[in-house]
Structures are given as structure tokens and as C-alpha cells.
Ligand binder design. Structure first.
Ligand code: GZL
Length: 325
């Protein structure tokens, strides 16, 4: 709406200045014409992280006066593509989305480009080689997150004699965080030949998925020493399976996760998880700032990386009272 009315205002201004040199009439029907309309295609509601991310986007849109059209794709790429097409039809001013998987976006992103609607990637990236299909990517460095997890384990295992058997709960197959967190972790643990990933399977970033896969690992894999879960929710599911098997999570089997949402931080403070790498879901304000710049035709960085840290149990106890998510 902003773009069409912006042209109307220019036309009205030109006409007014030509005709009588007076103030321009704001174009458009009713309401303020400088309201940005954003179409946001969210992945789903699969985890505590996603819930916090959705809340952040919605609250930031409200605060910024952005008219937000929001859709939940229930973790299905075809639903996100449908949502993006509907935003193109509605001629929104800007489209933002977190691609559930890296591949298969070029066609619909070309449709947005042909409709002259800028696209902002938030949270997850796409593997398209044509970077003109989106204006910027706002989100974490997932390879770095995986490295931080692996580096902690290398240090923690330094005094351990013999093999350390690791089982890995991967995120959604084909998703950037799953691919990159695996890559970063494997690169870090390569430093210690005793550290070996003996099983690796997707739990789809959900608590139930993590529990089911961990139950299978416990049945078919003797001597599991460590769980590396690509997010807290799968780690929390693994805790349920480990306890049901009569073992003590955090002691008999150490657990490393990524995200640092409240439930994960609580389990960390209780010693059921041993280390968490933070992945910040509060992207809303940065997204709205980027959208305003992109719609105004201003240059924006190709990549905006979010700030994040790591937590031990002691640090979780200190951080929990003031945690925003
Ligand atoms: C990471 C995000 C991931 C979280 C999961 O930025 O895409 O998806 O780590 C969420 O909890 O489901």
C-alpha cells in the first residue's frame, strides 16, 4: 500500500505544485499512507524458539506501526510458497520469511522480484546463488553455534580416557540451522579423535521428535556418553527418554543443546543439560528497521548477524530471572 500511495502522493504533489504551488494531498483512501504493509511467512510453531520469534515479530510490528500479515506454514515449504504468492497478490510493500529449508525458493522469489516487492530473509537462509532475490539476511551464524557446542565438548572431554560416543539429534532435514550446526560441530570435534558421532538422525526440531529418536538410540546404541541436540526442544525430549530408561541426564549421559529458551535454561540450571549455545529469536525490532529502510529504497547490509552467547548451569541460574524468552 505504501508503494502505490507513495506514487499517488508524488503525482498529487506534482499536480498541486504545477496547479497552485500548494501542499500535496496525501493520496490513497483513508488512513495514513505511510503505513508499511509486511507479509511474513513463518515456518510454524514447532519449538519454544519459534514461539518467541513469532512474538518478537508481532510485537515489533505493532510498535513500529507496520501492518503485519502473518502466516504459519506448519513446517511445510509448499505452505510458505503459497503464503508468499498471496502476499504478492496483495501487493504488500515488503515480504519477510524464515525458509523452512534452504532449497527450492528461486521461482517464487523471482515472482516477488518481478512484482517489485523486496524480500528479507530472517532466521534461516536459502541456498540460491542469485543474491538479487532478497535484500538482506537477518539471523544467526549456525556454523559458529555448532562450533561453540563442539569446542565445549572437546574441552570437557579432555580429561576423559577412551572413546566418547555421541548421538546427534538433527534439526529439520534440509534446514540451514540443521546443516550448519552439524558442520560446525563436526569441525570442532575433529580436534579430538576420541570423540565420535555414532548415531545421527533428525528429530525435526520438536520435543516429541527428540524423544522418539532418543528412545530408538537408547535401544540400539550401547554406551551413549553425549547427546548433541540441534535445539533445546529435542534435548528436552531426549531427557524424557533418558529418564524413562532409568539413566540420569547430565550425568550418565551429557547433553548439549542450542537455543537457550526458558525451558532449556531451566533444565540447564537443574543440571539435566550440561551446556547451551544461545540462538537469539528476538529479531523483530531489527526486522522492522530493515523493512523501513528497504521500502524507502535505502541500502542495507547483505547480512545482519545477531549477537548471542553460551551458558553453563551456573550462568543459567544467574540469567533465568531476567530472561526475555
Ligand atoms: C534457528 C531456528 C531453529 C531453532 C529451533 O534460528 O531456525 O528453528 O534453533 C527452531 O528451535 O525450530
Amino acid at each position: 500500500m505504501f508503494r502505490k500511495s507513495f506514487v499517488a502522493v508524488i503525482a498529487a504533489t506534482t499536480l498541486a505544485l504545477t496547479a497552485c504551488g500548494g501542499q500535496s494531498e496525501a493520496g490513497g483512501e483513508g488512513g495514513s499512507d505511510d503505513t508499511i504493509t509486511m507479509g511474513f511467512a513463518q515456518v510454524g510453531a514447532e519449538s519454544g524458539w519459534r514461539t518467541a520469534n513469532t512474538k518478537s515479530v508481532q510485537e515489533a510490528a505493532e510498535a513500529a506501526g507496520v501492518d503485519l500479515k502473518f502466516s504459519d506454514a506448519q513446517q511445510k515449504q509448499e505452505n510458505q510458497i503459497k503464503a508468499i504468492r498471496s502476499y504478492i497478490q496483495q501487493q504488500v510493500d515488503v515480504i519477510a520469511f524464515s525458509p523452512v529449508v534452504e532449497s527450492g525458493w528461486d521461482t517464487v522469489l523471482k515472482e516477488a522480484k518481478d512484482a517489485d516487492i523486496p524480500v528479507i530473509l530472517t532466521d534461516r537462509a536459502v541456498d540460491s546463488t542469485d543474491t538479487s532475490l532478497y535484500r538482506t539476511f537477518l539471523g544467526s551464524d549456525f556454523v559458529e553455534e555448532g562450533k561453540k557446542a563442539g569446542e565445549w565438548l572437546v574441552e570437557d572431554s579432555a580429561s576423559t580416557e577412551g572413546p566418547v560416543n555421541i548421538v546427534e539429534l538433527q534439526g529439520t532435514t534440509g534446514a540451514a540451522p540443521a546443516i550448519d550446526r552439524k558442520e560446525g560441530f563436526e569441525a570442532a570435534i575433529a580436534a579430538d579423535p576420541d570423540l565420535e558421532i555414532v548415531q545421527s538422525q533428525t528429530g525435526d526440531f520438536t520435543r516429541s521428535g527428540g524423544k522418539q529418536v532418543m528412545e530408538a538410540f537408547l535401544k540400539n546404541t550401547p554406551d551413549i556418553d553425549v547427546v548433541y541436540a540441534h535445539n533445546d526442544d529435542m534435548g528436552l525430549g531426549a531427557i524424557e527418554a533418558i529418564e524413562a530408561a532409568g539413566k540420569v541426564p547430565g550425568k550418565d549421559i551429557k547433553i548439549i543443546t542450542v537455543d537457550a529458551v526458558k525451558d532449556g535454561m531451566t533444565a540447564l540450571a537443574e543440571g539435566k543439560i550440561n551446556f547451551i549455545v544461545e540462538c537469539n529469536p528476538l529479531l523483530g525490532d531489527q526486522l522492522m528497521d530493515l523493512a523501513a529502510k528497504v521500502v524507502a529504497g535505502e541500502e542495507v547490509p547483505a547480512r545482519v548477524v545477531t549477537e548471542e552467547t553460551t551458558f553453563t548451569p551456573e550462568q543459567a541460574k544467574e540469567a533465568l530471572p531476567s530472561r526475555e524468552y
